[in-house]
Design a protein around this ligand. Structure first.
Ligand code: ATP
Length: 303
């Protein structure tokens, strides 16, 4: 949030304090203000970053800037696991489903768009919360952007979940995505006349390359049902495997950032939440994640 020191009325001189004899007086620049504050919610895919960002935003009058490099694009809402309108609970989200899926949105683009969004959120006297799994985007914004640390004070929250628990959760999540229409979503974007090229834009999303062989042979109509079913199951297994690999890589990157002196990361262990069900899982979320995070942000804002 933006905290201004009280400005002088027009025409009034700057306040000046006379220090001890021999030392220069200190001018209180009326335009001096404390650094603006920005919160980051980080974590591997599936850990609950989006949920926590929304919990924090409803509590601390904030808006959210998405930092998942696939969720910035329009389309593939199921595949990329975008939050639904209902899940957003009325909290404004920036950089979510806005970019042309054929455009290659880079870390540089993210820096520019995220910086503009931060300023616009601060202008509305709200707290910017940056949430998403693309650590290279966050690193580029915070570390390759010298003014960033000069302008903003940062609070980094890391939602962590023990990997074996997370692996089984993301695998089950893929099954739920398939039931929700993942294959149809990819099929609508699939072009069997084009080359299998998955290096640009939203085509890099896990789910697109994995389903290529299945959708290509479906388009040719050469295989029997049994072969098609086998190809589909192979693709789904590959999506699960690649999502687990992604979670592992993201976790390694967060640990690397943690070891840096100026990345004062606050880790919250959400493993308990994933070992429970329904009401008990919600209670564990409040106890181990939402409540401590709200407190951390509260302390950060009054500091
Ligand atoms: P890298 O430098 O490896 O791209 P990163 O930190 O910039 O890492 P990640 O968020 O870890 O970005 O994404 C790496 C890759 O994982 C993406 O290029 C994409 O293939 C896949 N991926 C990331 N997020 C999603 C998502 N929401 N849905 C589907 N695939 C995703």
């Amino acid at each position: 949030m933006r905290i201004f020191m009280p400005a002088c009325k027009q025409g009034q001189p700057m306040v000046s304090f006379q220090g001890p004899p021999g030392l220069p007086s200190i001018n209180m620049d009326p335009f001096f203000r404390r650094k603006d504050k920005v919160v980051f919610v980080m974590g591997a895919t599936g850990t609950g970053k989006s949920r926590l960002a929304i919990d924090l935003a409803t509590f601390h009058r904030a808006e959210i800037i998405n930092s998942d490099k696939m969720q910035v694009y329009k389309g593939l809402d199921i595949v990329t696991n975008k939050v639904t309108e209902e899940e957003c609970r009325g909290i404004p989200h920036h950089l979510l489903g806005q970019i042309d899926p054929n455009f290659n949105f880079t870390a540089n683009d993210f820096k520019q768009h995220a910086s503009l969004a931060i300023e616009s959120i601060l202008e509305r006297d709200r707290l910017p919360i940056i949430a998403g799994g693309s650590n290279s985007y966050i690193e580029a914004l915070v570390d390759d952007h010298p003014e960033f640390r000069m302008k903003y004070e940062c609070c980094f929250i890391w939602v962590d979940v023990a990997l074996p628990v997370l692996n089984s959760f993301v695998s089950e999540r893929v099954d739920r995505m398939v039931k929700a229409g993942l294959v149809d979503e990819v099929r609508r974007m699939f072009d069997s006349t084009a080359e299998a090229e998955y290096t640009h834009g939203i085509r890099k999303a896990i789910g697109m390359p994995e389903l290529d062989e299945y959708l290509r042979s479906e388009a040719c109509g050469i295989n029997d049902e049994e072969t098609q079913e086998r190809l589909l199951q192979t693709a789904i297994s590959k999506i699960k495997e690649n999502t687990c690999i992604l979670a592992h890589r993201q976790l390694k990157k967060i640990r690397r950032l943690c070891s840096r002196r100026n990345w004062n990361m606050h880790r919250l262990d959400a493993t308990e939440v994933f070992l429970k069900h329904r009401v008990e899982a919600d209670q564990a979320w409040e106890k181990h994640v939402a409540r401590p995070a709200k407190r951390m942000v509260g302390n950060f804002l009054v500091d």
